[in-house]
Design a protein around this ligand. Sequence first.
Ligand SMILES: [Zn+2]
Length: 270
Amino acid sequence: MSERLFWQDPYATRFEATVTRAWEEGGRFLVELDRTLFYPTSGGQPHDTGTLGGVRVLDVFEPEKHGARIVHVLEAPLEEGARVEGEIDWSRRYRHMQRHTGQHILSQAFLRAAQWNTIAVSLAGPEIHIDFDVWPGPEAAGEVLEQAEALANWAVYANLAVSAREVPEAQVPLLPLRRMPKVRGAVRVVEIEDWDLAPCGGTHLRSTAEAGPIKLLGFEKGKKKTIRVYARSGWEALEDYAAKHRTLKTLAARFSSGVFDVPERVKKLE
Ligand SMILES: [Zn+2]
């Protein structure tokens, strides 16, 4: 059982811990710690990387779904009982926090814009994928996406506080949760003030302002009557903007035109 330091302070990057178990499996060096800042892949959010006792951490996972154990996969072995210092790769983790918080903001934005319910998410990145329980057709979908994007960015500019707490099982039915938890027992809930309340075990930002900008990139029809929406949040939205801007500027230079004249110039070539 590992104490989950990433829940206590998602902004912490360094910690000390004791190796409670160390073993080798299929040529991989594995350890468990008494406490850890390394987030294991779960709930759609990818694992952290970094170093432990100077050794690179390649993967972090939970051997049992919703279990208490966290296993770290290392590049080299560490000794059982050793006291080690750990450091997570902050730029990687921060992107995960932007994606994840961006997803919570968006899930609520779609609920408010058109009563679309989130049924699945992927935060593998750099894009956020959100699956909703409706297929409204391409035209209506386009309109909803526009409204939801505006709502989501208003939530960003409103600089709303984000916090997490554990709620006893008996109180869970009393909460206005966006969706019901998948686990029994006490539930960790993530609240965006005046915006959203959802059960979640991930790491999040302290304010919605840090998740901006939020950009929707497109959608496609999913299986049965569902829709999958593609988005980017934070740095990854900015990078997308920068790359597309660069591409468009290059194209415009080739035509000796302004960027907004490019479609017209291309049309003339066809
Ligand atoms: Zn979350």
